[in-house]
Design a protein around this ligand. Structure first.
Ligand code: DSN
Length: 422
């Protein structure tokens, strides 16, 4: 049982850390990973992240660096850029943001001034902290106005977006978020942004792989600026990109460096290039559509068992379940599910009467289980395990959780993951 690629040198040099890494690889293998923002990267992506590229400083951009010795780093970054442009069909790509939050901060720095008004989705309704939520720097340094979802439908209230945009004339409008189970209407957002002369930023962190694989409409041609992480449905390393049209390219690059960041993480850039190479292959389209098919099947199976899904279902990789009718909070449910071998996160639901640290819901996603090879026919069993776990948690039956985790491990033993050899 070993981590892949194997880590023999680390095991003898630092057995304590190596032991934790080995145990984490086994844990990732033994659990059903339903965290909507996680995935399993390929062995090739894993190998690229563990290379000598981590030794190199490369502040600047290809051909204009502040350190010598970029003969091989420039082509790595240029390959990542060219692949990003080809996969998403955009005019410009910056592959240097360290992660999603810095990528979004760069959009503020590029197109707004502190104190300016910005419009983003409220965090409890499915937005992201960096879309202007109060505890984030973006909510403290900008005048953030927030839209949400309609109570009756659980879907983004575009009338509210339009009304707020007309009233507050934001400099930036964010479309996208972290807990949106439905298709994002980029053309409608674009029309609103055009009317009030705002820059529309599409944050596609969650759906980037679906967009790349044609399983969600693309924001290209609607949002001039697109931010995304690279490690969710896109199945790359932990990192981010900003994609844009030619008009906004210079401001984006200046905001990332020197505006916000120092040297790019070249090992990550290489791994992003590898992941984008994978996303360009025809099989990735099948993968993206399979993610959605699995999510739909899981949604149907949960609804059949009496679970309330925000918006009544899903169009993408993500399900948001309101557990109010099951007499359990999201947090105890998530903890019980983890004990039963099913890994997900507790989450607020729109109009949640409970607090964010003890909310009413759980969030599920199917990107990782699809990478593993699980299919729609497995989803009724996963829904059954979830239901049995919730029932056991309410009854405080810990023995039942252990039994479920053994059943989970048995199923998963037939579905290996990259990164671990059982
Ligand atoms: N933490 C990410 C997620 O889980 O959706 C967003 O930043």
């Amino acid at each position: 049982m070993t981590h892949q690629p194997a880590i023999p040198t680390l095991s003898s040099a630092d057995p304590e850390i190596a032991g934790l890494i080995e145990a984490e690889a086994a844990r990732q293998h033994d659990k059903i990973r339903l965290i909507a923002s996680e995935n399993y990267v390929s062995q090739a992506v894993l190998e690229a992240t563990g290379t000598v590229l981590t030794n190199k400083y490369s502040e600047g951009y290809a051909g204009k660096r502040y350190y010598e010795g970029q003969q091989l780093i420039d082509p790595v970054e240029l390959l990542a850029i060219e692949r990003a442009k080809a996969v998403f069909g955009v005019e410009h790509a910056n592959v240097q943001p360290y992660s999603g939050s810095p990528a979004n901060l760069a959009a503020y720095l590029a197109f707004a001034q502190p104190g300016d008004t910005v419009l983003g989705m409220a965090l409890p309704d499915g937005g992201h902290l960096t879309h202007g939520w109060s505890v984030s720097a973006t909510g403290k340094w900008f005048n953030a106005v927030r839209y949400g979802v309609r109570k009756e439908t659980g879907r983004v209230d575009l009338d509210q977006v339009r009304d707020l945009a007309r009233e507050h004339r934001p400099k930036l409008i964010f479309a996208g978020g972290t807990a949106i189970p439905r298709t994002i209407d980029f053309p409608a957002f674009a029309e609103i942004a055009r009317e009030v002369d705002a820059v529309l930023v599409a944050d596609i962190a969650h759906i980037a792989g679906l967009v790349a694989g044609g399983a969600h409409p693309s924001p290209v041609g609607h949002a001039p600026v697109i931010t995304t992480t690279t490690h969710k449905t896109l199945r790359g390393p932990r990192g981010a990109m900003i994609l844009s049209d030619a008009e906004h390219a210079k401001a984006v690059d200046k905001a990332v460096f020197p505006g916000l960041q120092g040297g790019p993480h070249n090992h990550t850039t290489a791994a992003i290039a590898v992941a984008l190479g994978e996303a360009a292959k025809p099989g990735f389209r099948d993968y993206a559509h399979a993610i959605v098919a699995n999510a739909r099947a899981l949604a149907e199976a949960l609804i059949e068992r009496g679970y309330d899904l925000v918006s009544g279902g899903t169009d993408n990789h993500l399900l948001l379940v309101d557990l109010t009718s099951k007499q359990i909070g999201g947090k105890p449910a998530a903890k019980a599910l983890d004990a039963a071998g099913i890994e997900l996160n507790y989450n607020t639901v729109p109009f949640d009467p409970r607090k964010p640290f003890d909310p009413s819901g759980i969030r599920l996603g199917t990107a990782a289980i699809t990478t593993r090879g699980l299919k729609p026919e497995h989803q009724p069993l996963i829904a059954e395990w979830i239901d049995r776990t919730i029932t056991a948690a309410v009854a405080e039956d810990t023995a039942a959780l252990q039994k479920i985790s053994a059943e989970v491990r048995e199923l998963l033993s037939a579905f290996p993951i990259p990164g671990y050899r059982a």
